[in-house]
Each structure stands twice: as structure tokens, then as C-alpha cells.
Design a protein around this ligand. Structure first.
Ligand code: URP
Ligand code: ZN
Ligand code: ZN
Length: 459
């Protein structure tokens, strides 16, 4: 199987130039001007960009959570990812506190393998820590995962105690594994939730007030303290606001090895979207909550200047009619999540590159290459180099379209970005040398996606 992409403007995190790309079997084998070789598939990329496949470092697909389960499966999620230009995702394994970690790893792997059309790997959720769990984590790292996930929030569900956090970070340091963390102070959230409900404040608009910026900033500060004490490398997931980013940067100034992730939701949606009447705001309930609009330039600047390393989705789809409605009369029961796996790249390109907020190199760095580097996938992924996997996105910057639940691929009855216009779209998407999406249509193969085993890279 050979693939030739002709005449596109190749854009990576560090370069921009016009050339042809020749791929044999699954990898890039030639990059040159005017390659004349025969190929099974030839794609004319003139007038288009050629980007490395995008990487979403934070998605939930199989997710039992808040008395229900996320709606996508690995077929619907990978289809949506590929149509939107994402060729690799990193899913969170989120076992219940009583579950055995190794069994959870096998469960999640079993769900993805044979079903996903794009390549995938996992962050291993640490939702308990004892001797048996520790043995399992060591085994899971041997089997190819090199990142942990802890929740400082969701007390009684996924949340860990400080003792567990300390032990997790000690183990992570010993194994050279990075620990990703959901940072919100769980006790503060619980107390605020109780107070608001007691005052009769039950609608989705009160979700914000149960998790204000200071609660997230405290969570980040807490993580920084533990990372400083253990020397472990950490990554703050879905960092939503200036207060939280500043705590991570203060940690970095003290020598903590920390990387910051934010989400497309926080750049484009705001608190008022979760305050929509008639319970519509529930569609936009996630944790940490959407923030004030005034917060958005800080995040854009952080991405532009490289202070924020990655732009992810935290894709966690719960439908409106049966699942979000579980929280009518009690906002604490609204399943948390705003899905955007399919739309991240186009929205980021439109509102970032087209509006002059970030340049093309930083766009690629934050939506692909940095995640590959942080999570041990580079240069196999996140790069256009000889020997890299031929995961490529031929991107049409002239396309114009409108986001809608009526046309999206995600298995969901709403889209939080409904009606937003996009100025660009993946024209062709390849996964290891094979076309998997073309002009908004999925053409891939379910089950072709491969589990990406990774080596520890955070010593
Ligand atoms: O609201 C969110 N973020 N839902 C997904 C679970 C998590 O906390 O990442
Ligand atoms: Zn989270
Ligand atoms: Zn998440």
C-alpha cells in the first residue's frame, strides 16, 4: 500500500514548506519536491495544508460516571475523531474505587481494541492505592502505559486521598511515569454543593458556584505541593482559568515539572452557556465549570506563548433528553461533560489561526506535537518526518461550514457549539497510510486502530 500526497504546504510545530509526501505501508518514507513515484492512492493537496494527525490527550469513551455511562463507543468516537482530523486519542481508564486496576486496564483495552478506527492509548486512572493496586500499576506500565490519572475531585467516586496521592506520585517518580490530575478541592465542592442545595439553588446555573475558580486553583496548588515533595512530573488536565494556570506556573517557578492542558470549551464557551433557561444550561455543565468570558484571552495567550502545552477536549458525552435530565431539580446530579472530539480542530483553527490568536506552528504544537512529546508518542505521532506513522491531515482552509447536532458523527442529541461557523475542515485524513475520512465522511475501518504502547519518559 502506497500513498502520495502532492503539492501541499506541510506545517509542523517547527516548519512550513511545500513538498510531496510519499508513504509506504504505514510510514512516511520520502518528503521531497515533485516526487514522481507511482502510488496506490494519490491525493492532490495543492492549496491545502498538510498537518500531522491531531492528538487528543484527554477523552472519555467508556465512562461509567454519575449513575450513567457516556454515550459514545469506540466506533462512534473514533469515527467522530477522524472526521474532525484527530488520528490518535488518549482515553482515561476510570475504574471505580473497589475495582482491580489490572482488570480495569484489560476491560478498557478490550473495548477499544477491535473497534477503534484510529490509534489509541490510555492514562491509567489511580482511584485507589494499596499493595495489590501498586503491583497492578507496575504491571500496567510494563504493558505499555506511561501515564497515570488522579482525581482530586469527585470524593467517594474516583477521588483519591492525600495519602493515595502521595504514594501515586512516589511510584510515578520511581517508574518515570507522568501523572495527569483533575484539580479541584473535593471537600470545598461538597460543602458548597450542600450549601447551594439547602438554599434552594438547584438549577444548572449554580454548578459554577459549587466550583468557583478558587476551588480549582486550590486543587492545582495542592498538586504542586505534592509534586514538589516527590519530584514527580505532573500534568493539570482541563485547566479552565487564570487562577488555576497561575498556581501551576508558580509551581513551575519552584522547579516542579508541570505541563498544563486546557480545553476548546474554555476558549469558546462561557458561564452564560450553563445559565441558559429551561434546563438547557445542563448541556454545558462540566467540571471545572465554564468560566467568565473575560477569562478567555488569558488562556489564548497561554497557548500562544507556550505556557499552556496542550489543547484537548475532555470528550465526555451524555445526552440531554435522558442523561442530563437526571439532574433536573438537583444540579449535582447532572452528568458532567461537554463533548467536542469532532469539532476541536476546526474550532481551534477558526478561532485561533484564522483570527490571528495563534500561528500555525503553535496550533500544531498545542493540538498534536506537544501531546506526543509529553506522553511518549513522538516522533511516531505528532510529526511529519521520515519514519513517522503516516497519520496526516490534508486541511482545507477555504472550507466554510456550520456545526450542528443534525450532521455531527458523535453519538449525541445536542452539540454545545450548535450554529457556530467553521473556516476550515479536514479534506483527507489518513491513519498509518490509509484514508480514513474525506470531506466530512468517515471512510475508515473499525478495528484498524492500534493500541500504542509507550515507554516511561519522565525520569
Ligand atoms: O465534566 C467533566 N470534565 N467530565 C468528564 C470527567 C472529568 O472530570 O474529566
Ligand atoms: Zn476531570
Ligand atoms: Zn476528563
Amino acid at each position: 500500500m502506497s500513498l502520495l500526497i502532492k503539492g501541499g504546504e506541510i506545517v509542523t510545530a517547527g516548519e512550513q514548506y511545500v513538498a510531496d509526501i510519499y508513504c509506504e505501508d504505514e510510514t512516511i518514507t520520502r518528503i521531497d519536491r515533485n516526487i514522481e513515484a507511482q502510488a496506490d492512492e494519490v491525493i492532490d493537496a495543492s492549496g491545502k495544508y498538510v498537518f500531522p494527525g491531531f492528538i487528543d490527550p484527554h477523552v472519555h469513551i467508556y465512562l461509567p460516571f454519575m449513575g450513567t455511562a457516556a454515550k459514545d463507543n469506540h466506533e462512534t468516537a473514533s469515527r467522530a475523531a477522524l472526521v474532525g482530523g484527530t488520528t490518535t486519542f488518549i482515553e482515561m481508564i476510570c475504574p471505580g474505587r473497589g475495582d482491580r486496576p489490572l482488570e480495569a486496564f484489560e476491560l478498557w483495552l478490550g473495548k477499544a481494541r477491535g473497534n477503534s478506527a484510529c490509534d489509541f492509548t490510555f492514562h491509567m486512572g489511580v482511584t485507589r492505592y494499596d499493595e495489590e493496586a501498586e503491583r497492578d500499576f507496575i504491571e500496567i506500565v510494563k504493558r505499555g502505559l506511561s501515564s497515570f490519572k488522579v482525581f482530586l475531585a469527585y470524593k467517594g467516586a474516583f477521588g483519591v486521598t492525600d495519602e493515595e496521592l502521595y504514594k501515586t506520585l512516589e511510584l510515578a517518580k520511581r517508574l518515570g511515569v507522568i501523572t495527569t490530575a483533575h484539580c479541584e478541592n473535593a471537600d470545598l465542592v461538597l460543602e458548597l454543593q450542600k450549601k447551594l442545595l439547602a438554599e434552594g439553588k438547584t438549577g444548572p446555573e449554580y454548578h459554577y458556584w459549587s466550583r468557583p475558580p478558587i476551588v480549582e486553583a486550590e486543587g492545582v496548588h495542592h498538586l504542586m505541593t505534592f509534586a514538589e515533595m516527590t519530584g514527580a512530573h505532573v500534568y493539570t488536565v482541563h485547566t479552565s482559568c487564570e487562577e488555576a494556570v497561575r498556581q501551576a506556573l508558580l509551581g513551575a517557578q519552584r522547579g516542579v515539572n508541570v505541563w498544563i492542558e486546557t480545553l476548546i470549551q474554555y476558549l469558546l464557551l462561557d458561564r452564560t452557556d450553563a445559565e441558559k433557561p429551561n434546563f438547557e444550561g445542563a448541556k454545558n455543565v462540566m467540571s471545572p465549570p465554564l468560566r467568565d468570558k473575560e477569562n478567555q484571552p488569558f488562556l489564548w495567550n497561554g497557548l500562544r506563548q507556550g505556557l499552556i502545552a496542550t489543547l484537548a477536549t475532555d470528550h465526555a458525552p451524555f445526552d440531554f433528553e435522558t442523561q442530563k435530565r437526571m439532574g433536573e431539580g438537583d444540579f449535582t446530579r447532572i452528568p458532567n461533560g461537554i463533548p467536542s472530539l469532532e469539532n476541536r480542530v476546526d474550532l481551534y483553527f477558526t478561532h485561533g489561526v484564522k483570527r490571528g490568536r495563534i500561528d500555525l506552528q503553535q496550533f500544531i504544537a498545542t493540538a498534536s506535537t506537544n501531546a506526543a512529546k509529553i506522553f511518549g508518542l513522538f516522533p511516531r505521532k505528532g510529526a511529519i518526518q521520515l519514519g513517522s506513522d503516516a497519520d496526516l491531515v490534508v486541511y482545507d482552509p477555504e472550507y466554510r461550514g456550520t456545526i450542528s447536532a443534525k450532521t455531527h458523527c458523535m453519538n449525541l442529541d445536542y452539540n454545545s457549539f450548535e450554529g457556530m461557523e467553521v473556516e476550515g475542515r479536514a479534506h483527507v485524513v489518513t491513519v498509518r497510510g490509509k484514508v480514513a475520512a474525506r470531506e466530512g465522511q468517515f471512510t475508515g475501518e473499525f478495528g484498524r486502530g492500534r493500541f500504542l504502547q509507550r515507554e516511561p519518559n519522565h525520569f
